[in-house]
Design a protein around this ligand. Structure first.
Ligand code: FUC
Length: 808
C-alpha cells in the first residue's frame, strides 16, 4: 500500500499529496468490498484524441491556452497551422473609426422610460419592438474579438506517413501530434504556459537531424503589418485599421545554430534534432475606462521571450505542468471510465449505444474538459472567458465573441467555485469592477438611478448601455446577477477581506441601482421592476419573474453582507424594500412557476431561456427543504419547457434538474447535450461553437454530486442511476469545505470532509439515517454529531479532515 502511495505521490505535484494521503487513509480505514469503486486517484488518462489532422478548426481543432492567449492545434502533416488569439485584440471602442458611445445616449432617457412605465400601468404589456424604438440604441463601434493570426510551420512532405495520432492530454495540459514516416517517429508537443507567458511548441524525432521546417507568422488583412526577422525571432507588429489598436506578436525559433537561417519573413531550420518555438502576443489595450489604452506591448513581449528562451524545454514544461496540475488535480472523478484508444468522434458517435464503460469515459472526459477549458481561458492578469473562451479564428465572430450577461458570462463561471478552481475567477472580478464606471453612467442616463448596471451584453471597451435588438436588449438585471458571483465567492471562501474590499462595493452599487429603480406596482403595492422583460421572448411587462427573483437574490445577499460588515443603515434601508418586494414566485393555473406576473404561460412554449427558474438555480430562493410546492411548480415548468435547447440551455437544465434532486433526468439532459450539442472535439455547440455549454455542463455534474446552497452540504443529492458506483475527490462546498466521496449501488459509502477553517459543518445524507461512523482522521477519534433526521451537524477544526462512513 505505501509503496503504491509513494509512487503515486511522486507522480503528482506536492500540493496534491496531502489530498492523496487523506484519500488513502480513508480507503485504508474502510476496506472496499469486491466490485466497489475505490476512492483512488489512479484513474485512466483522460484524452481527446484524433487519428488525423484537423480538417475543421471548430469541429476538430484542439485548444491550448494560458488565460491571456489561446491557440488551436490543427496538426497538419505538410503544413501545421497554429491559429492563435490574445484576449485584448478587438476592433471597436473609443478610437473606432465608426465612433463609439458605450451604448449610452448623450441625453437622459428618463422621460421615455417614464412613458413606457405609464403605458405598462395602463395596458399591462407592450410589444418589444415598440419599447426598442423608444429605449433601444443603434450600436456603433462595438467591435469584434479578432483572430490574431497563425504560426505556420511548413514541413517536408509527409507522404507515406502512418500511425498518426493527435491528442489533448487533459492530465498534463498538453497537446501532442505523432506519426511514423520512413521509419522515423515524429513528435510535436504544444502547451500554453501561464507562468512563462508563452505558447511552446516542440518538434522532435527519434532519430538525429530529422527536423526541417520553415516558420512564419500570418496576420489577417484588417491591420497594418511590419515583419522583422533576427536571430531566429520573427516579430510582427502594426495597428488595427479600425481603432488603431497597436498589436505585436513574436515567435522565437530555437534550434542548434548551424541549422537555423533567417529569411526575409520567416525562419528555416534544417536537419535539427529538435526545434522549440516560443510564441507570445499582446496589444496596447488597458482595462481602464474611458480610453482603454496602455503601454506599447513591445517591451513586455520581447522580455517574455528573452526569459523563456533561457529555459530548456524540460524546465518550461515542468513549470507549466506544476502550475496546471496544481489546479487540475484538485478534483478527480471516477465514474468507471476506462483507457480507450478510440478517437473521440467515435466515442461520441457510439455514445448511448450499449457500451456503458465507454459512455462513462466520455462523461468523465467531458467533465474534466470543462475544467481544462476554464484553466486555459481564465487566469489572473487578463480578461474573462468570452463566448468562445479565448479561441476565435474569425474577425467577425458570432455575437462579436463578446460577453453576454443575460446568462452566458455567468454560466462560464459556475464551475470555478464548485470544481475547486477559484484561481480562474480574478479575470471576472477585475472585468466587472472595470465596468462600474460606464455602468454607473448607464444607470444614470437610462434609468435615472444611482449605482451601476449593465444590460444584455458588454465588450472589452466598457459597453454598458443598450443595443436595439427588440427581444433581448433590455436586461437591466445583469449587474445584480453578476454581483451574485462576488457574494458566492465569499460564501465559498469565507474570505471577509474579499467581502469587504471587493464584493461589498460591487453588491452595494448594484443594490443602490435597484433601490432607485424599483417602482410600486399599483395593482398590489409591491416593489417591482418596470419595464421588465423575460429573456428573450414575450411582451414587456411589469415584474416578470426573472427580474424579481434576481433583484430578490441581490437584496437578500447585500443585507447579509451589510450585517456581517456592520453597515447597519444600508441593511435596514434595504430590508424595508425587500420586505415589500414582489418575490417573482407564483404558481399558475397549470401548476407551473409563472414566467410573468400575469398567469399567461403557454404550456407548449419551449423557449431555450428558462430564466424564471433563476430562483432554483443559480439562485436558491426555491429551497428543496422548505418550499415543496414551488419545487413542484419548477418541475412542472421544466417538464413543459422540455429537455431540448441550445448547448447552454441544456447545460442550465442539467443544473436545474440537479437542484430538483432528479439525477436521472439531469443525466438524460446531459446525455442529450453530448449527443446533440457537442462537436467532435467536445466543444459545446450552440451552434456555432459557444463555450458556456461546456462550463455549464461541468458545473451541472458537480451539482449532481454535491450541493451547498442552503444551510447544509448535501452529499450525492442527484446521483444518476447510470453512475451506480463511483468516487469523486476535491469538490468544494460553501463554507470553505472540500469533499471527497465514494459510493456503491447508488449509496454513499464514505465521505471525507476537509475543513479549511474552524466552524460547524452541517451535512445531509441518507447515510446518516442508518448506522455510520464519524472520525477525525489524524487522531482516529470519534466526533460527536447532532442529528436531525438525515442532517447532521458537527464542529470541525481548520486543517483537519473528517471521515463519515457507513458502518459495516
Ligand atoms: C443569448 C442567447 C443566445 C446566445 C447569445 C450569445 O442572447 O439567447 O442563445 O447564446 O446569448
Amino acid at each position: 500500500m505505501w509503496d503504491w502511495f509513494l509512487a503515486l505521490s511522486h507522480s503528482l505535484n506536492c500540493l496534491c499529496r496531502p489530498l492523496v494521503l487523506v484519500v488513502l487513509l480513508a480507503v485504508q480505514s474502510i476496506s472496499v468490498a469486491a466490485g466497489e469503486t475505490p476512492l483512488t486517484p489512479t484513474l485512466p488518462a483522460l484524452k481527446i484524441q484524433f487519428d488525423k489532422p484537423a480538417a475543421d478548426w471548430e469541429r476538430e481543432g484542439l485548444p491550448i491556452g494560458n488565460g491571456a492567449m489561446g491557440a488551436v492545434v490543427m496538426g497538419g502533416l505538410d503544413v501545421d497551422r497554429l491559429q492563435f488569439n490574445e484576449k485584448t485584440l478587438w476592433t471597436g471602442g473609443p478610437r473606432s473609426k465608426q465612433g463609439y458611445d458605450f451604448g449610452i445616449a448623450p441625453e437622459p432617457q428618463t422621460t421615455k422610460l417614464a412613458a413606457v412605465r405609464n403605458t405598462l400601468v395602463e395596458k399591462g404589456a407592450i410589444e418589444p419592438e415598440v419599447v426598442a424604438k423608444e429605449l433601444g440604441r443603434k450600436t456603433i463601434g462595438y467591435g469584434d474579438y479578432q483572430n490574431f493570426g497563425e504560426l505556420m510551420l511548413k514541413l517536408p512532405s509527409a507522404a507515406g506517413a502512418t500511425d498518426y495520432h493527435r491528442e489533448l492530454d487533459l492530465d498534463n495540459g498538453i497537446v501532442r501530434v505523432s506519426y511514423l514516416q520512413g521509419g522515423v517517429r515524429y513528435l510535436r508537443e504544444y502547451f500554453a504556459s501561464y507562468p512563462d507567458g508563452v505558447i511552446v511548441v516542440r518538434l522532435s524525432a527519434d532519430q538525429a537531424a530529422k527536423i526541417n521546417l520553415t516558420a512564419s507568422l500570418n496576420i489577417p488583412e484588417n491591420r497594418s503589418v511590419q515583419t522583422n526577422v533576427k536571430n531566429g525571432r520573427i516579430s510582427v507588429q502594426g495597428n488595427l485599421h479600425d481603432n488603431n489598436l497597436k498589436y505585436e506578436a513574436a515567435v522565437q525559433v530555437i534550434a542548434s545554430h548551424k541549422s537555423i537561417s533567417n529569411n526575409d519573413k520567416s525562419v528555416t531550420v534544417s536537419g535539427a534534432d529538435s526545434v522549440v518555438l516560443l510564441l507570445t502576443a499582446g496589444t496596447d489595450y488597458a482595462q481602464q475606462y474611458p480610453l482603454y489604452r496602455g503601454k506599447d506591448p513591445h517591451v513586455a513581449i520581447h522580455s517574455l521571450l528573452e526569459k523563456a528562451s533561457k529555459k530548456s524545454f524540460a524546465v518550461l514544461l515542468a513549470k507549466h505542468k506544476n502550475d496546471y496540475q496544481n489546479l487540475f488535480n484538485r478534483v478527480s472523478l471516477n465514474l468507471g471510465q476506462i483507457l480507450t484508444a478510440l478517437p473521440t468522434p467515435q466515442l461520441l458517435a457510439n455514445y448511448r449505444k450499449g457500451d456503458a464503460a465507454l459512455d462513462r469515459t466520455l462523461e468523465a472526459t467531458y467533465f474534466q474538459f470543462g475544467r481544462y477549458l476554464i484553466i486555459s481561458s481564465s487566469r489572473k492578469g487578463s480578461l474573462p472567458a468570452n463566448l468562445q473562451g479565448v479561441w476565435n479564428n474569425s474577425n467577425t465572430p458570432p455575437w462579436n465573441d463578446d460577453y453576454h450577461v443575460n446568462i452566458n458570462l455567468q454560466m462560464n463561471y459556475w464551475l470555478s467555485e464548485t470544481t475547486n478552481l477559484p484561481e480562474t475567477l480574478p479575470p471576472l472580478f477585475d472585468f466587472v469592477d472595470s465596468l462600474v464606471a460606464p455602468g454607473s453612467l448607464a444607470a444614470k442616463q437610462i434609468l435615472g438611478a444611482n449605482g451601476w448596471t449593465l444590460f444584455l451584453n458588454t465588450n472589452i471597451w466598457g459597453f454598458a448601455g443598450v443595443i436595439e435588438w427588440p427581444t433581448a436588449f433590455w436586461q437591466p438585471e445583469a449587474g445584480a446577477w453578476l454581483a451574485q458571483h462576488y457574494y458566492e465567492h465569499f460564501l465559498f471562501s469565507r474570505n471577509e477581506k474579499f467581502l469587504r474590499e471587493r464584493a461589498y462595493p460591487i453588491m452595494k452599487g448594484a443594490a443602490q441601482f435597484w433601490l432607485d429603480s424599483l417602482v410600486k406596482d399599483p395593482r398590489d403595492g409591491k416593489w417591482v421592476v418596470s419595464p421588465s422583460f423575460s429573456p428573450e421572448q414575450g411582451p414587456f411587462v411589469i415584474g416578470a419573474a426573472m427580474s424579481q427573483q434576481i433583484v430578490f437574490d441581490l437584496l437578500r445577499n447585500v443585507i447579509e453582507a451589510a450585517e456581517i460588515l456592520g453597515d447597519k443603515k444600508f441593511a435596514q434601508e434595504t430590508k424595508s424594500v425587500l420586505e415589500n418586494l414582489d418575490t417573482g414566485l407564483r404558481i399558475g393555473k397549470w401548476g407551473q412557476l409563472q414566467e410573468w406576473k400575469q398567469d399567461i404561460d403557454d404550456p407548449k412554449n419551449q423557449h431555450r431561456h428558462v430564466s424564471h427558474l433563476f430562483a432554483l438555480h443559480p439562485g436558491h430562493q426555491i429551497d428543496a427543504a422548505k418550499t415543496k410546492d414551488l419545487l413542484q411548480a419548477a418541475r412542472t415548468t421544466l417538464n413543459a419547457r422540455g429537455d431540448g435547447g441550445t448547448g447552454w440551455s441544456q447545460a442550465w437544465k442539467v443544473n436545474m434538474w440537479a437542484r430538483l434532486l432528479d439525477g436521472d433526468r439531469a443525466h438524460k439532459v446531459l446525455s442529450e447535450q453530448l449527443t446533440i450539442s457537442t462537436l467532435p472535439n467536445l466543444w459545446d455547440n450552440h451552434p456555432p461553437f459557444q463555450i458556456d455549454g461546456n462550463f455549464g455542463a461541468t458545473a451541472g455534474i458537480a451539482e449532481m454530486l454535491l450541493q451547498s446552497q442552503n444551510d447544509h452540504i448535501q452529499l450525492l443529492p442527484a446521483l444518476s442511476s447510470k453512475w451506480a458506483s463511483g468516487a469523486v475527490t476535491g469538490l468544494r462546498a460553501r463554507g470553505d469545505w472540500v469533499v471527497d466521496m465514494r459510493w456503491h449501488n447508488q449509496e454513499l459509502q464514505e465521505a471525507v470532509l476537509h475543513a479549511k477553517r474552524n466552524g460547524e459543518i452541517s451535512v445531509k445524507s441518507s447515510l446518516l439515517a442508518s448506522a455510520f461512523t464519524l472520525v477525525e482522521q489524524s487522531s482516529g477519534k470519534a466526533v460527536v454529531i447532532k442529528l436531525n433526521g438525515d442532517i447532521g451537524t458537527f464542529s470541525v477544526q481548520g486543517g483537519k479532515s473528517y471521515l463519515l462512513a457507513k458502518k459495516l
